[in-house]
Design a binder for this molecule. Structure first.
Ligand SMILES: O=C(O)C(=O)CO
Length: 395
């Protein structure tokens, strides 16, 4: 979608976000605006990431990372798209403690001299093309660290054929992304965006009876994809006294199911037929591409809402437009679309029964900070031959 040749500046910190603010998060209807994030106070609670990885092994401690940093200052190439997303200002200092930072702009200008020095690449929540040409120009590259969990924008097989490891940040993103799933579900059920629009409209008299919503309490939530984010959604939904169904490649352990009161549906069809809210939390892979199409939408209840916090391409947008226009399902709430952003004349943007946010699953001060810390821990582990907290293994 973007090209790595786009100008990038470490100091240019821009994230696509929007307004108005609701429940401490950013929710807005179909049209989104670009805001510029400037200086931010980083929450001091977030020290270096030291959590265990998915296999329970200990991560790299802050102390270990400091010791390593003294031993060497490897070159870290920051791959970002200037003006759309980038390294948050407060994180530059954190990265500089461990690495000599090289921006893509700098790299492209002095390729001959810099290519020998770069051992790691850091990708910030953007979708750059890491292609053969770039990989060939970095002979000492050891690791590509993705900040974020989804790596569908990376050609894992190609990267691995260069002997380069890929890492991601599943621990850092799970709470904030689960939160956005709940926020979208509640916003859609209680028609918050319409409510906001009515509250600020010139008309002074408003009748709530004209736009009644639904309660999520007691409703059935179907979670498709029960990885760490899906599980965190289940934990939250339990607190809302929802009935929880889930569909996943593998069934979770009995005690994990019991802890959140979730029931496994081996067949996704069963989940679709029974749920009042269906939330998508799967990785985008060839198997999940357009997982939800016309047939699946027709299986859902006409009163049901589809929420997508995974990747846009997991849903067939044409089928979704048709389903929303014809009352096949009641509503949709999407944090992800394809492409991102949608063209301004896209039919999804013209519908009233939809909420779209501009991929803000991880857009919190805390999650972005932890993503940088988790990425640093991953890079340090690869460069120092230690157990890697979050390595992505090509399937
Ligand atoms: O971590 C990611 O890949 C996300 O897109 C979270 O929204």
């Amino acid at each position: 979608m973007f090209s790595v040749k786009a100008v990038c500046l470490v100091e240019a910190i821009h994230l696509a976000t929007g307004c108005p603010r609701l429940a401490g998060r950013l929710i807005h209807p179909a049209v989104c605006h670009v805001h510029h994030w400037t200086k931010r106070d980083i929450d001091p609670r977030w020290s270096s990431w030291t959590g265990p990885n998915s296999t329970g092994e200990a991560g790299v401690s802050a102390h270990q990372t400091k010791v390593m940093a003294k031993q060497e200052q490897p070159g870290l190439l920051i791959v970002e798209i200037g003006g759309v997303c980038g390294v948050l200002e407060g994180h530059v200092e954190l990265l500089k403690k461990h690495f000599h930072l090289i921006t893509m702009k700098e790299f492209l200008k002095k390729k001959e001299r810099l290519s020998e020095k770069i051992k790691s690449v850091l990708i910030y929540e953007c979708r750059p093309v890491i292609d053969r040409e770039l990989l060939q120009s970095l002979p000492h590259l050891k690791v590509i660290a993705n900040s974020g969990v989804g790596v569908d924008h990376l050609d894992l097989k190609l990267i691995s054929s260069f002997g380069v490891k890929v890492t991601n940040t599943p621990h850092a993103v799970s709470d904030s992304t689960a939160d956005i799933g709940m926020a979208l579900m509640l916003a859609s059920a209680r028609r918050l965006v319409e409510g906001c629009q009515i509250a600020v409209s010139p008309q002074t008299e408003h009748f709530a009876a004209d736009w009644l919503g639904d309660e999520v309490t007691g409703a059935t939530l179907g979670i498709i994809g029960m990885g760490s984010i899906g599980y965190k959604v289940a934990k939250r939904a339990k607190a809302f006294e929802m009935k929880i169904l889930y569909h996943n490649r593998n069934q979770r352990k009995e005690e994990e199911e019991q802890a959140v009161g979730a029931r496994y549906c081996e067949k996704m069809e069963d989940l679709l037929q029974q749920s009042d809210f269906v939330i998508l939390v799967v990785n985008l892979t060839p198997q999940t591409h357009k997982l939800i199409g016309k047939r699946e939408l027709e299986l859902m209840k006409p009163t049901a809402t589809l929420i997508n916090i995974s990747r846009g391409a997991v849903v067939d947008h044409d089928a979704l437009v048709e389903a929303l226009q014809n009352g096949i399902i009641k509503a949709a709430a999407l944090d992800v679309t394809y492409p991102e952003p949608l063209p301004r004349d896209h039919p999804l943007l013209k519908l009233k029964n939809i909420i779209i946010t501009p991929h803000i699953g991880t857009a919190t001060v805390q999650a972005t900070r932890m993503m940088t810390e988790e990425a640093v821990a991953n890079i340090q582990a690869v460069l120092n031959g230690l157990p890697i907290p979050s390595e992505v293994i090509p399937q």
